[in-house]
Ligand binder design. Sequence first.
Ligand SMILES: Nc1nc2c(ncn2[C@@H]2O[C@H](COP(=O)(O)OP(=O)(O)OP(=O)(O)O)[C@@H](O)[C@H]2O)c(=O)[nH]1
Ligand SMILES: [Zn+2]
Length: 247
Amino acid sequence: MAQDSKTPRGGHRGIDPSDIAESDLVTTRGTFRMVAFRADGEEHLALVYGRARGRDGVLVRMHSECLSGDVFGALRCECGSQLDLALNAIVREGSGVLVYLRGHEGRGIGLVDKVRTNLLQDERGLDTVDSATALGLPVDVRDYGPAARVLAYLGIGSVRLLSNNPHKIRSLESHGIRVAARVPLLAAPNDENLAYLTAKRDRLGHDLPQVPMVPAPRERAEPEGAAVLDDAAATAPSPLSGTPLTP
Ligand SMILES: Nc1nc2c(ncn2[C@@H]2O[C@H](COP(=O)(O)OP(=O)(O)OP(=O)(O)O)[C@@H](O)[C@H]2O)c(=O)[nH]1
Ligand SMILES: [Zn+2]
């Protein structure tokens, strides 16, 4: 389970001006405000699109660093697809924030140990949970405190969180950020990531309705009626409308 640093009672720990800098970032998708900040020994990034300050229900993605998936297009996880889908959704909406969290690599164990878990998955058929514990490593030690701090700094009232992981909602709220809704971010399963997605659903409690109940690794997994948010489906409003959370 994640070991989050808690916000002190009564408010967010601020970000010291010496630990934050911002400029425009012109990308193929459009122009974002790039807010780089330091927190707890890591350097993170918030990409802000459109006007977010003072608004409620801002579309937000808290994205955990995955060098292999985000930069090099690894298919064994769906991180790269989710990064693309989240940015597309934010731009389509006209405003939103993507917080890119460093130090989250391998759910917080780091790149070298993540690659060690990948080797155990390939050679011994272990899933992402058992491959970590077999190495004596924690399953998830990500801290969402820095994300909460930058969202508070950006003056965001409440968020609609792009995620399939219910723990992220609880964690963000424990840091004082109100989550008005969770918006599913469903990447299409493929032969390479089916085991990864199945473990997330069955062992970590992620809400992944697009993943078939009985894994068929050698068949292309596209269950009928699944609300898969691929580039074509991403234009449809329904998967992005979100499910309001009730207290
Ligand atoms: N330990 C370990 N971590 C992995 C592995 N593959 C990907 N990761 C990391 O998993 C993190 C992403 O977490 P996920 O559990 O996929 O998804 P999530 O961020 O909790 O949930 P969503 O918001 O729905 O995307 C990234 O930091 C990846 O580096 C693996 O095989 N082993
Ligand atoms: Zn990944």
